[in-house]
Write a protein of this length. Structure first.
Length: 175
């Protein structure tokens, strides 16, 4: 039995410390995905906390231990998208450091990076989620599909459309 299988098995048996270990492994990735969707560090942290509670409550539904990462990311992404849909006001644009943790000052000074993030921010939350999962978190298309609970072909098509929308936003910005 692998370490992951053991942790999932223990968590299913009610071991909160095993569940905490599972969260510790996946929370940084889930946070980055939520942050890319919401563009607010505070809201992203809140979403990850709610997702963790939901994951604990729904843990018996997890079919396979090796699906833990995709399953938790899916819960987080759906929670972030729900949060985004329920928001009544338009959020102002955030600084690059708020949007992409770990970006450098050199990146912040780069006009292309500012244009790209501005265009990215104008995309729908669903499109931002796809692009963030694929390119910011470097997930493969099958992993994106698993995270969102959609077929691989659908993920490919949606990523392609999101890239096209991003290109259009960039073109419009420079027109």
């Amino acid at each position: 039995m692998s370490d992951l299988e053991e942790l999932v098995s223990d968590a299913l048996a009610g071991d909160r410390s095993a569940f905490a270990c599972l969260l510790e492994r996946e929370t940084p990735y889930a946070y980055r995905a939520a942050l890319a969707i919401l563009r607010s560090p505070e809201e992203a942290r809140d979403v990850v906390q709610v997702a963790a509670i939901r994951a604990w409550q729904e843990l018996p539904r997890l079919q396979r231990a090796d699906a833990w990462a995709a399953w938790f990311r899916r819960i987080t992404v759906r929670q972030a998208l729900d949060e985004r849909r329920h928001a009544r006001h338009t959020r102002e644009s955030r600084l690059i450091d708020d949007m992409w943790p770990g970006s450098t000052d050199a990146t912040a000074d780069n006009d292309d990076a500012v244009s790209l993030l501005s265009a990215f921010g104008r995309l729908r939350a669903d499109d931002r989620a796809l692009l963030a999962l694929r390119f910011h978190l470097d997930l493969t298309v099958p992993d994106v599909a698993a995270t969102l609970g959609i077929p691989v072909g659908t993920a490919k098509a949606r990523i392609h459309r999101a890239i096209s929308k991003l290109r259009t936003e960039l073109r419009d910005e420079h027109a």
